[in-house]
Design a protein around this ligand. Structure first.
Ligand code: TYD
Length: 209
């Protein structure tokens, strides 16, 4: 898949990923790229089961991991790989780094999760991690009505956040603070895409937002 570009936005719940994915897709389109925006879990059969389980009672840790892997396998085959092969930009709202973080927080080894995924899922050109303190992110989403109490939910999200932050050392990863206002976050994401050389840029456009 030599021609396309894969950009992934990650972060714990409440960091504003969906808005930023939409804005980034619109901006990339305005820069003349053909864009496919998508999300995980998907709206396919495995993704639907995962969303239902969030309401009806969480799956066992092993089933949950297996369902996320199946969902992603289908997503790569049906959407991501064909779009990259056609030279498009694919912008994803969550990808296998969410499995490392969330199923890692549930007890699996994040390194092993990564290995399982990279056996079939393309590594992104750019991973943008929206970072917010758990208290701030949790305040934005409010309580989700889980059976876990609020303290457990926060502890769990803190583990996820730390797994995401540990990815900052990857050459393709950038951490973007999520607490600087929605328009500033948008500008910083665009700047990261330009600096990565993924859209044509002028010197002026590289100035800090
Ligand atoms: P989310 O993007 O928050 O979905 P929605 O748009 O319905 O709010 O994802 C749902 C949850 O799934 C979220 O809490 C993170 C979790 N998740 C995992 O646990 N592992 C994964 O691999 C992915 C992609 C998501």
């Amino acid at each position: 898949m030599p021609n396309g570009t894969l950009i992934v936005i990650e972060g714990i719940d409440g960091t504003g990923k969906s808005t930023q994915v939409r804005r980034l897709a619109e901006w990339l389109t305005s820069q003349g790229r053909e864009v496919v925006a998508s999300r995980e879990p998907t709206d396919g059969p495995w993704g639907r089961k995962l969303r239902e389980s969030a309401a009806s009672g969480r799956l066992s840790a092993a089933d949950e991991l297996a369902y996320f892997l199946e969902d992603r396998r289908q997503h790569v085959a049906a959407v991501i790989a064909p779009a990259l092969a056609a030279g498009k930009v694919v912008v994803l709202d969550r990808y296998y780094f969410s499995t490392m973080a969330y199923q890692g927080a549930r007890g699996f080894d994040p390194t092993e999760i990564r290995r399982l995924n990279e056996a079939f899922a393309p590594v992104p050109d750019l991973l943008l991690i929206l970072d917010l303190e758990v208290a701030a992110a949790h305040g934005r989403i409010g309580s989700r009505g889980d059976s876990a109490n609020e303290f457990e939910q926060r502890e769990n999200l803190e583990r996820c956040r730390q797994i995401f932050l540990a990815l900052r050392h990857e050459p393709f990863a950038r951490v973007i603070p999520g607490n600087c206002g929605i328009n500033t976050v948008t500008a910083r994401l665009q700047q990261a895409v330009r600096l990565a050389g993924l859209v044509p840029c002028s010197a002026a456009s590289l100035a800090a937002p």
